[in-house]
Design a protein around this ligand. Structure first.
Ligand code: AVJ
Length: 323
């Protein structure tokens, strides 16, 4: 029932190297310096992110799992039988099991992820555990335009975008991305979306500045990755993890701050840093109702249902194309 991971191998090859090089040089030679958050997820970064999800301070994963666990029956009822489930950013493949267990006769599952190692493992494991579901993995950067694999005809397309990954997009980009999701699932499709709620700045700060330094290691790993893959010579001890909540934009910003004036070589180019200058590595927008309505509406979605956890930290939303 599974397809070979041919597309996966292609995307992990030369094309990917060139795409990474282009993204990195564009970001590091611009001002302010930036790196795209998707670069975090090489094999080591994916491993560190799984550790983050288990941290005391990082409530997001637990809150979302609490909601899914409690309301997955309602989600399955809204979704209806024989869905083709499409997950944007399947990661370790944990959350989707709750959905696959609750949905009535799910027809297909398309995990999409940028981490080749994780994707092939997840596809293998799920095809064993769900032999009646057609598993069709897609290794790609889903922020780009993508073509879904052939799906059982007549199956309702149910998109799944958990983890508050939507928070990595600026609201205008989030709306554009969700608009593409809406077109991919068609007029009778639906989207199950996980979003982190705006809350007390201290709680947010702790979630991105854990006392064990796992988030710092996750952030710094992006430089180690450039050393490994792009022949860069970053000295990680000369950069510092910085993360803070900015109430004006309602986002956490993550940066890597240069501890001194320094010069770094990256893929044959020279990148100079002033002391205190940062590389902006991630934004993580925190949603209130107004922002969710605005982004969903701009993408052509209605928010049909909204579930929260006991601590009211996180939302899972059921969205359908606006009529
Ligand atoms: C992948 C967007 C959910 O913003 O919380 C965790 C990634 N970065 N710690 C987030 C992340 C730092 C994460 N998301």
């Amino acid at each position: 029932m599974t397809t070979p991971l041919r597309s996966t191998l292609y995307h992990a090859g030369r094309g990917a190297y060139r795409a990474v090089r282009e993204d990195v040089l564009h970001g590091l030679l611009g001002s302010p310096k930036t790196l795209p958050a998707k670069l975090f997820y090489d094999a080591e970064g994916a491993r560190l992110f799984e550790q983050i999800c288990a941290l005391d301070e990082y409530y997001l994963t637990r809150s979302e799992l609490e909601i899914l666990d409690r309301y997955v029956g309602e989600i399955a009822e809204l979704a209806g039988p024989r869905c083709a489930l499409v997950e944007y950013g399947s990661g370790a493949g944990i959350k989707v099991r709750l959905l696959l267990d609750a949905l009535v006769q799910p027809a297909a599952y398309v995990p999409i992820d940028i981490s080749h190692e994780q994707l092939s493992r997840v596809a293998r494991e799920l095809s064993v555990d769900y032999p009646h579901v057609a598993i069709r993995p897609l290794c790609t950067d889903y922020t780009r335009r993508l073509r879904l694999p052939a799906l059982p005809s007549g199956a309702r397309r149910l998109a799944f975008f958990p983890g508050s990954t939507i928070g990595n997009f600026h609201p205008a980009e989030a709306a554009a991305f969700l608009g593409r999701v809406r077109r991919a699932i068609g007029t009778d499709g639906a989207l199950v979306l996980g979003v982190d709620r705006r809350k007390d700045a201290g709680v947010l700060h702790a979630a991105y500045n854990d006392r064990n330094g796992v988030t710092a290691a996750f952030n710094l790993n992006v430089l180690a990755r450039l050393n490994r893959e792009l022949d860069a010579d970053f000295d990680l001890s000369r950069f510092r993890h910085v993360a803070f909540f900015d109430p004006a934009t309602s986002r956490i910003e993550m940066h890597l701050e240069s501890a001194m004036a320094q010069v770094v070589r990256v893929a044959g180019e020279v990148v100079t840093f002033e002391r205190g200058e940062t590389i902006w590595t991630e934004s993580s927008y925190k949603y209130d109702m107004a922002l969710l309505d605005r982004v969903a509406g701009a993408a052509g979605f209605d928010v049909d249902r909204l579930w929260s956890d006991e601590g009211e930290r996180f939302w899972v939303a059921f969205l359908t194309p606006a009529r």
